[in-house]
Design a protein around this ligand. Structure first.
Ligand code: A2P
Length: 293
């Protein structure tokens, strides 16, 4: 299933995520995904595994043009020249000449001018054909507004925390209003059960409503959640390093949720964020230096 971005570039809606995929597992996960039929991989400078993603892509034997590569600029590389250089680092590690989608990993709320400058560098990279599309991640509606007021090109994508327990309808509406595609990170709610992310969380993978819908279709909760994203026109990038689950998460094109089922999943939203709040400045983020290629 493909989605046409607001600049006409076509992106496979479903991609493989590699957040928290250890470098030594990432190459195999990417190879496994590409062998399964995935044609979109989402990584980030800050994940420390771009090199391994590139290796997996090369090992697949597929032509570069068949694969949609998305990566993200980390906040310590924000600024015009810094972000131009971040592109060099990314393509160097990935071993490619062009990126399909390059996005800002998150706003830097206390350094928004640097965030804007970083986005202007993305605009330049787009104009120069070094990237095919540009976008943002974790931008709240007010961040989008500030960005749109100071830049020329509407982001193609806004990647945000989005799973049945946290759907951010206000952000989805703001994205839609501007023609920005909403892309879900932690689309099957990994952030609700990753160890070490706080113990009070409710695990969406164990939700009884989702379990009931899954049973009715002979599918797993993860497959139901992925289908829920796709049927609502979102992109989703479920992470797995397990070949069986990588395959399972791609096996979502042979069933359809009813509008009642989609609505039932929508109604599970708790309004509670599990990941970091994009409006909270965190100085330690700037201490992470992205290595040269
Ligand atoms: P693993 O890599 O061992 O498969 P998200 O992308 O929403 O953050 O979710 C990622 C988490 O969900 C990871 O912990 C991943 O573990 C797990 N996961 C991925 N696919 C499935 C699946 N089909 N069923 C259950 N857990 C899954």
């Amino acid at each position: 299933m493909d989605i046409t971005l607001n600049n006409g570039v076509v992106m496979p809606a479903l991609g493989l995520g590699v957040f928290q995929s250890a470098p030594e597992e990432t190459t195999a996960a990417v190879e496994s995904a590409l062998a399964t039929g995935y044609r979109h991989i989402d990584t980030a400078a800050a994940y420390g595994n771009e090199r391994e993603v590139g290796e997996g892509i090369r090992n697949s034997g597929l032509d570069r043009s068949e694969i949609f590569i998305e990566t993200k600029v980390w906040v310590s590389d924000f600024g015009y020249d810094e972000t131009l250089h971040a592109w060099e680092k990314a393509v160097g590690k990935l071993g490619v000449e062009q990126l399909d989608l390059l996005i800002l990993h998150q706003p830097a709320p206390d350094r928004f001018q640097k965030t804007i400058a970083a986005y202007k560098a993305l605009e330049q990279l787009l104009a120069d054909g070094r990237v095919r599309a540009i976008g943002v991640s974790n931008f709240m509606p007010h961040h989008l507004q500030e960005l749109l007021a100071s830049t020329d090109i509407v982001p193609a994508v806004n990647q945000i925390e989005l799973h049945p327990y946290f759907t951010q309808p206000d952000v989805q509406a703001a994205d839609a209003e501007h023609g920005i595609l909403t892309q879900a990170w932690s689309p099957i709610g990994g952030i609700t059960f990753y160890p070490g992310w706080g113990e009070q969380r409710k695990n969406v993978m164990e939700d009884p409503t989702i379990a009931g819908i899954a049973q009715a279709h002979g599918k797993s909760p993860a497959q139901v959640m992925i289908r829920w994203h796709l049927q609502q026109g979102r992109s989703a990038i479920p992470k797995s390093t397990n070949p069986a689950r990588i395959a399972q998460n791609f096996d979502v094109f042979d069933f359809e949720l009813s509008s009642e089922e989609v609505a039932a999943i929508d109604s599970l939203d708790t309004g509670n964020r599990n990941g970091p709040d994009p409006d909270v400045a965190r100085e330690e983020r700037f201490a992470l230096v992205i290595p040269e290629a």
